[in-house]
Design a protein around this ligand. Structure first.
Ligand SMILES: NC(=O)c1ccc[n+]([C@@H]2O[C@H](COP(=O)([O-])OP(=O)(O)OC[C@H]3O[C@@H](n4cnc5c(N)ncnc54)[C@H](OP(=O)(O)O)[C@@H]3O)[C@@H](O)[C@H]2O)c1
Length: 261
């Protein structure tokens, strides 16, 4: 991979994405901090990376919008000249968290556009650049890009008041495998990071419910996950040290995925 890796992290103004941006900035990556509404928060993340000596820029773009996705990739290339890492982190929960029998097509479309269609087509755009970089840069051909998709334990654990969210997150595993298979020939590695219950604005409205479930032993490790727990996993996957692994899922869930009797 190029010495100055360029990383685009979607939805990095807050929460998990913010922690990933700071982690990669500290690891020496040039960072594109993406947001959809909160420019002030995104600017704060940029300042934090810059204060540690890193280079970063904030770019507003809605990952659910085709034109915005193109602009996001184009402006990354314009600003830093290349793209080495894409972290598909931006996501929304199911609006209104309606019961499966009341769930609407509007909610489905919004969740799928943001959480699955957007990430796939953004990965497609980024992968084309990574492929072309590889062709132009034979020295680094063995390790020319990393795509990380942030899924969720909701991809396999049912919540009938967030059916669209769960199904979209389930799709991320196959999306990861598809990309990993197709892009291996260009040296592009693709991973899924699967967080459990992580403290962020997304989970704040259901804090009491999860406080209870965690205390009752929902997962072997009885604490909330922190955004930094997820960020460290992304840091490892993008470090360039896992060159013979692709398509992997890394669980960052306190052991929630372990089936127990
Ligand atoms: N928190 C958890 O327990 C948990 C567990 C498993 C998986 N996840 C997944 O982890 C990811 C991050 O979750 P989080 O908890 O950090 O969420 P969060 O605190 O709600 O933050 C969401 C981030 O995504 C951005 N965003 C939302 N919609 C976007 C769009 N259409 N285009 C571009 N950016 C957009 C937001 O930007 P603005 O600031 O501009 O609004 C914000 O930076 C999501 O994919 C989520 O599904 C979270």
């Amino acid at each position: 991979m190029a010495e100055n890796r360029v990383s685009l992290i979607t939805g990095s103004s807050r929460g998990i994405g913010r922690a990933i941006a700071i982690e990669l900035g500290a690891a020496g990556h040039d960072v594109v901090v993406n947001y959809v509404r909160n420019q002030t928060e995104a600017d704060r993340v940029v300042k934090e990376i810059q204060s540690g000596g890193g280079r970063a820029v904030a770019t507003g773009a809605n990952v659910a919008d085709q034109n915005d996705r193109r602009r996001l990739i184009d402006s990354t290339i314009e600003r830093f000249g290349r793209i080495d890492v894409l972290v598909n982190n931006a996501g929304i929960t199911s609006p209104g968290r309606q019961d499966l029998l009341e769930a609407t097509e509007e909610s489905w479309d919004q969740v799928f556009d943001t959480n699955l269609k957007g990430p796939f087509f953004l990965a497609q755009l980024a992968a084309r650049h990574m492929r072309d970089q590889t062709a132009a840069d034979t020295e680094n051909a063995a390790d020319s890009g990393v795509i990380v998709n942030v899924s969720s334990i909701s991809g396999y654990a049912v919540s009938t008041n967030r059916t669209d969210y769960c199904i979209a997150k389930a799709g991320m595993q196959m999306m990861t495998w598809q990309l990993a298979d197709r892009l291996a020939e260009y040296g592009i590695l693709v991973y899924e990071v699967c967080p459990g219950v992580i403290s962020s604005d997304m989970t704040a409205p259901v804090k009491e419910k999860y406080d209870r479930l965690i205390a009752d032993g929902m997962a072997p490790i009885r604490r909330w996950g922190a955004p930094e727990d997820v960020a460290r996993a992304v840091g490892m996957l993008t470090s360039g040290s896992l060159g013979f692994s692709t398509g992997e899922r890394i669980n960052v869930d306190g052991g929630f995925h372990i089936r127990r009797l």
